[in-house]
Write a protein that binds this ligand. Structure first.
Ligand code: AMP
Length: 117
């Protein structure tokens, strides 16, 4: 299994601002936030490099990441205003850490997305 910086955060070997945790999911603040709220949700018990590597029997993990993000949004009081979740896949998607993660972005109206460049 390839080690990543997120695996080290799960093992508490490097610091992170952890804001959510359950049996399967860890949520922590992005170190370089792209919005007033920018939290990453990652699976704790399985190190899957990219969305393209998720096997059918692991599909529930993607739902757990999304539900953890939605729970966090409600608990922090910005669900009604809205938010965006993003999962980058490989080079053209802008992925830099190869342990699947869901970005939760919120706290202000967000611009459109998908522009090449
Ligand atoms: P991606 O580009 O989709 O792979 O997202 C990786 C994200 O991880 C980026 O938004 C980084 O800012 C973030 N990141 C990298 N290292 C850390 C860290 N040690 N703690 C928190 N976020 C990190």
């Amino acid at each position: 299994m390839t080690d990543t910086i997120f695996a080290r955060i799960i093992r508490r070997e490097i610091p992170a601002t952890i804001v959510y945790e359950d049996d399967d999911v860890l949520g922590f603040k992005d170190i370089a936030p792209q919005a007033p709220v920018h939290v990453l949700f990652i699976p704790k018990n399985e190190a899957i490099p990219t969305l393209d590597d998720v096997r059918p029997e692991q599909a529930h993990l993607i739902g757990k990441l999304a539900l953890a993000a939605a729970h966090y949004a409600r608990s922090e009081g910005f669900a009604e205003d809205g938010y965006r979740i993003v999962m980058n896949c490989r080079e053209d998607g802008g992925q830099t850490v190869f342990h699947i993660h869901l970005h939760l972005l919120a706290g202000a109206p967000l611009g459109r997305f998908g522009t090449p460049g």
